[in-house]
Design a protein around this ligand. Structure first.
Ligand SMILES: [Zn+2]
Length: 192
């Protein structure tokens, strides 16, 4: 494990080039402190780490949450930690450098809770097709991720579960003859 150049304690999350031409390998916390000093902003006390939320039927979802100071804004990123290392839910928010960071974190938590309670897919059982996954209400929201099994096509993550493009295609067979719209959003955007 590579350790952060400043604290020599945390794992390296980001490589930063400084104005003096130095190349630093930093953890998020040291990156944030350095960026805040450079940008002249104060950071509220925040603990990067593991947070737990309760979802549908009392299921526990564990997220690693990091505060991230970007040159243009402040963000929080929450990545679900799954038992089998598969991609789970991922939630992010971002606002201006002078935003209220506590309010932004509340926004992240509200978005996490909304995300882990919403489902776009359901299991359908019928005598002709048997058991299969279908789209619940004619719409699906998810994200694209790199697929190491197939570098030429991204995988899709819906309801916190990974699917191949082919698997998504099979869910769409009931919509032959229909139109569709595919629109791309930033991870920090709100979709409805
Ligand atoms: Zn550090």
């Amino acid at each position: 494990m590579n350790l952060c150049d400043i604290c020599k304690k945390n794992q390296v999350d980001i490589h930063v080039g400084t104005p003096s031409g130095e190349n630093l390998h930093l953890c998020w916390e040291c990156n944030n402190n350095l960026a805040a000093e450079y940008l002249g902003i104060d950071l509220i006390p925040f603990r990067n780490g593991i947070y737990e939320y309760t979802g549908i039927r009392g299921k526990k979802h564990t997220f690693r949450i990091n505060q991230i100071v970007h040159p243009v804004g402040i963000g929080y990123e929450a990545d679900e930690i799954t038992v089998d290392q598969s991609p789970g839910f991922k939630v992010a928010v971002m606002d201006n450098l002078d935003c209220d960071q506590a309010v932004l974190f509340d926004k992240l938590e509200a978005k996490i809770k909304k995300t882990i309670f919403k489902r776009y897919l359901k299991i359908s059982k019928d005598s002709y097709f048997g058991k299969r996954i279908i789209i619940k209400n004619d719409e699906v929201v998810g994200r694209f991720e790199y697929d190491e099994r197939n570098e030429s096509i991204p995988m899709v993550v819906i309801d916190g579960k990974a699917f191949s493009w082919d698997e998504l295609g099979k869910m769409l067979t009931t919509y032959e003859g229909f139109q569709f719209a595919l629109e791309i959003y930033d991870m920090t955007d709100d979709i409805k």
